[in-house]
Design a binder for this molecule. Structure first.
Ligand SMILES: NC(=O)c1ccc[n+]([C@@H]2O[C@H](COP(=O)([O-])OP(=O)(O)OC[C@H]3O[C@@H](n4cnc5c(N)ncnc54)[C@H](O)[C@@H]3O)[C@@H](O)[C@H]2O)c1
Length: 252
């Protein structure tokens, strides 16, 4: 059976997984992981922080962390220092990326970070880069982004929207920075964030000219895509050292 198959059981190398964060994502990951033949060795949430010890972590093969922007960095550092590979899905903490990367290198640790673990979104990232490259010479097109999530989401714009925006900035010379509002100058890339229930996540990028529009849209139907990708990342990282992205996990 192909180990990258996203739907059927993965039983060749069962993992004992530590779930750091047992909210909406932690529970969705548990279901997918168990269906793929893995077991959950540790579950940590805000009410069981006393169990979040080096000794308990070291009983597991890999940790999957989905908590919040404010708790993610300390959780990653705890896992790295305990010598356990970690898959982090919490968003909104990338201002501390360099610190985390350096700690991972110093401890010879293993980290996968993705602003979005869904296989579909990672294909969408590739399409976004290609479209921005193709649009680069065609200055008559203005571009903007809309992202819609549920009202409990704490960060805006979403981590996925930031990744998409950075890809556009890298490939479309006429945009210099993103703003989380309507753009005031042509150099700004507008990201509008809407919070509506229920909405697991929609990202729309629209290029408009007087002649025509081109839109690309990714709409998540539920959390299963994120959870499946996070489990694939855990299977990938168990035997690796270093800092990785979903691009590495999916072999793009
Ligand atoms: N990368 C992705 O693909 C992806 C997809 C969905 C959500 N997310 C992100 O994942 C995070 C969690 O999302 P969610 O929907 O599961 O949120 P949630 O609020 O449902 O769950 C968060 C969980 O974290 C726990 N928690 C809080 N502080 C903690 C700490 N210090 N240590 C351990 N656990 C702690 C809470 O008790 C809760 O169980 C958010 O940052 C969200 O933006 C990322």
């Amino acid at each position: 059976m192909d180990s990258t198959n996203t739907t059927s059981a993965f039983t060749k190398n069962p993992l004992r997984i530590a779930l750091i964060g047992y909210g909406k994502m932690g529970k969705a990951i548990e279901e997918i992981a168990v269906n793929r033949g893995h077991s959950i060795g540790l579950k940590i949430d805000i009410n069981s922080l006393n169990d979040f010890t080096k000794e308990n972590l070291q009983q597991c093969d890999v940790a999957i962390e989905f908590t919040s922007p404010h708790t993610a960095v300390q959780n990653i550092l705890t896992c790295i220092e305990a010598g356990i590979p970690i898959v982090c899905g919490s968003t909104g903490w990338l201002a501390r990326w360099e610190e985390v990367k350096q700690a991972c290198e110093a401890f010879k640790g293993s980290l996968v970070y993705a602003s979005n673990y869904s296989v579909g979104v990672n294909v969408f990232f590739e399409v976004n880069q290609l479209l921005a490259r193709l649009m680069n010479p065609h200055t008559e097109y203005e571009v903007n982004m809309l992202e819609i999530h549920h009202t409990e989401k704490k960060d805006a714009p979403s981590g996925t929207a930031i990744t998409l925006a950075e890809q556009i900035l890298e490939n479309l010379g006429r945009k210099k920075e993103w703003v989380n509002q309507h753009n005031a100058t042509p150099e700004e890339l507008s990201i509008i964030s809407e919070r509506i229930d229920p909405a697991p996540g929609t990202h729309k990028i629209k290029y408009s000219s007087n002649i025509d529009d081109i839109e690309i849209i990714h709409t998540a139907h539920n959390r299963q895509g994120f959870a499946t990708g996070a489990v694939l990342a855990a299977e990938f990282i168990k035997t690796k050292k270093g800092v990785f992205s979903m691009k590495d996990v999916l072999g793009f």
